[in-house]
Ligand binder design. Structure first.
Ligand SMILES: [Zn+2]
Length: 302
């Protein structure tokens, strides 16, 4: 329960940042700097900055000009709160305090990184659904930060192993030149990096090809950059699961909209929101969905 509450509070705070990121990425306004009322431009005071609570206290109206603040602010804060609480529950075990400091640090690093991924995904979900855009101001830094994270994580794990072996009577003999044990484990630590880069290349090529073949109708450069981010963060097989879920949900929603005649045939709906949804599902359950599918397709029905 404590883990869930902690995650929810952290998520709700990230939620207000998510909304600001989505709004500001479509303008030239800096990502940093205090929030302000979109109507009267008055800067918010510190007690207006508590997520969810502040919104409820001022009953969804600006303290100064009384203009209604869109419900979207509250919804994004609650949504991020729930997602990140879930993430905390999935990653942080109840035995967290009894773990070694190194295991603890790895769990915290993972939770922070995945929270960042959710922040990016929910932001592009919002911008694409509202304006049909996936801003470079989000995807470029997101890809760069992810790449740096994956390299740093590989180095961190390798350095920990090196010093562990070096200070261990028997471990010394697993280091070069005695054995290739250490190098094999460095390669193993680099798995998320290698898998991420290869998946990013694969998805990049796949989306590039679709854009060329369809001459840019339906999918654009924004989707391509988001796909590269997905490959890098999710790796294999989760990024594949995310793409399949995106195409499945996209076609279902597309068909429904066509049937109820909101969209005419040939009109496009933005694909980014589906990519983001698929990625969020895959971030939580990518491996499980993949395993389930493999068991299913092996013919367990017969
Ligand atoms: Zn105002």
């Amino acid at each position: 329960m404590e883990i869930f509450s902690l995650g929810f509070i952290f998520g709700a705070i990230l939620g207000s940042f998510t909304k600001a990121l989505a709004d500001r990425s479509l303008t030239k306004v800096s990502f940093f700097g205090r929030s302000y009322c979109n109507h009267c431009q008055k800067q918010l005071v510190w007690y207006d900055l508590f997520p969810i609570i502040s919104y409820l206290l001022i009953k969804g109206k600006c303290r100064y000009c009384k203009k209604a603040i869109p419900l979207e602010y509250l919804l994004v804060e609650v949504l991020m709160g729930v997602l990140i609480a879930w993430l905390f529950l999935q990653i942080i075990p109840t035995t967290f305090l009894t773990l070694s400091p190194i295991s603890q640090s790895l769990k915290i690093i993972e939770v922070i990184f995945k929270s960042f991924v959710l922040l990016v995904l929910v932001s592009v979900f919002l911008t694409d659904i509202k304006k049909g855009l996936i801003p470079d101001r989000i995807t470029y830094p997101a890809v760069m930060i992810t790449f740096i994270y994956l390299v740093a994580l590989t180095i961190y794990k390798s350095v920990i192993l090196y010093f562990y072996l070096k200070n261990n009577t028997f471990g010394k003999f697993l280091l070069p030149p005695h054995s290739d044990y250490f190098f094999r484990h460095v390669l193993y630590s680099a798995d998320p990096l290698i898998s991420g880069v290869l998946s990013a290349l694969g998805l990049g090529l796949f989306f590039g090809l679709i854009i060329i073949l369809t001459k840019g109708r339906g999918m654009g450069g924004g989707d391509l950059k988001l796909a590269i981010f997905m490959g890098l963060t999710l790796g294999f097989p989760s990024s594949l699961v995310a793409i399949i879920l995106a195409f499945l949900s996209g076609s279902i929603v597309g068909l429904v909209l066509l049937v109820i005649k909101i969209k005419r045939f040939g009109q496009t709906i933005p694909f980014g929101p589906f990519l983001a949804l698929g990625s969020i599902m895959a971030l939580f359950w990518g491996q499980q969905i993949y395993d389930w599918y493999l068991n299913f397709s092996k013919g367990s029905i017969f």
